[in-house]
Design a protein around this ligand. Structure first.
Ligand SMILES: [Fe+2]
Ligand SMILES: [Fe+2]
Length: 304
């Protein structure tokens, strides 16, 4: 684990963060409190997340997926893509686990479950749902690579943290489609970051995401990433996981791994310094991602 890592760990700090968040949620500009009905996360996704955070258990993974034919065939579709770069055809779940590994298959399965939650959503002008998911997956893959480079203890979380970091945007599209289209149109005019326009409308995706993931009962790390991935500081405290996701997000936008409007921009220099990631390692990450860029969309476009 790198030195200088600081998180909100104490109960007191967490309570303070909660009070701060609630004050904002009660703002008259914030419309999300008016909403009662929320999309729910399938039970299978919780089981997969539990599995990902514990010791690898292949039998349990097979047990969870085996009876869901649609899920199995989607996992095999991703597994057989060029991204995985296996020479042999993978036609069973067991074979996928042997060739790709327990973690990779669990992450693919978890992603497919999350896609299904928002499946009926249609793209609107300037916001393509497929591109959104490509952005989410690419951020997850990039975050995992950064976590490996930093040699963090709990690197197994970083793909899923990246996958869900912008989930507030889908909730925005789901709950307030017309308002979201107006926000997007405003962003097109101003050329500012989409978050700036969302904040002016009282519908920041960071708050929406934080709120949804809290309702879903996901671990605190997910809630903090959703809330702080554009500015990984809380009362001048540096938040490690949101910072990794911010760096991943920046890389994904800079490499144009997905086409979404008004994403994070800027130089990664100060973040690299804070995270303790050397320029050489950063360049290696960029080269790797540039190399796999095309295959990420090829692998996933049939299931999103
Ligand atoms: Fe974001
Ligand atoms: Fe993002």
């Amino acid at each position: 684990m790198i030195e200088g890592r600081a998180e909100i760990t104490s109960k007191k700090e967490r309570n303070k963060a909660e009070i701060y968040d609630m004050a904002h949620l009660r703002s008259p500009h914030n419309k999300i409190l008016e909403v009662k009905k929320l999309p729910t996360l399938p039970k299978i996704a919780y089981r997969l997340l539990d599995l990902l955070s514990g010791e690898p258990d292949v039998n349990e993974l097979e047990e969870i997926i085996r009876y869901d034919q649609a899920l199995t065939s989607k996992i095999l579709a991703v597994a057989n893509s060029a991204y995985i770069s296996s020479q042999k055809e993978i036609n069973t779940l067991e074979r996928a686990i042997v060739l790709l590994g327990f973690r990779e298959v669990s992450e693919i399965a978890f992603s497919i479950c999350v896609f299904s939650v928002f499946k009926p959503l249609k793209s609107v002008r300037n916001f393509d749902v497929k591109e959104f998911w490509l952005h989410a997956i690419a951020t997850g893959i990039t975050a995992r690579v950064i976590a490996q480079a930093l040699d963090v203890e709990d690197e197994e979380f970083f793909f899923t943290l990246g996958l869900l970091h912008d989930i507030g945007r889908l909730l925005l599209l789901h709950l307030f489609p017309e308002r979201f289209e107006e926000i997007l149109a405003q962003q097109e005019k101003s050329g500012r970051q989409l978050l700036a326009e969302e904040m002016e409308a009282g519908l920041a995706h960071t708050w929406m995401g934080r709120w949804l993931l809290k309702r879903w009962g996901l671990p605190e790390k997910f809630v903090l990433v959703a809330r702080f991935h554009h500015n990984p500081f809380y009362k001048e405290k540096f938040l490690f996981e949101p910072a990794v996701i911010k760096l991943a997000d920046l890389i994904v936008h800079n490499l144009r791994l997905a086409r979404l409007p008004g994403g994070q921009t800027g130089e990664p220099g100060p973040l690299l310094l804070k995270l303790g990631l050397s320029e050489d390692l950063y360049q290696t990450i960029i080269e790797h991602l540039s190399f796999v860029k095309e295959s990420i969309s090829e692998a996933w476009s049939n299931v999103i």
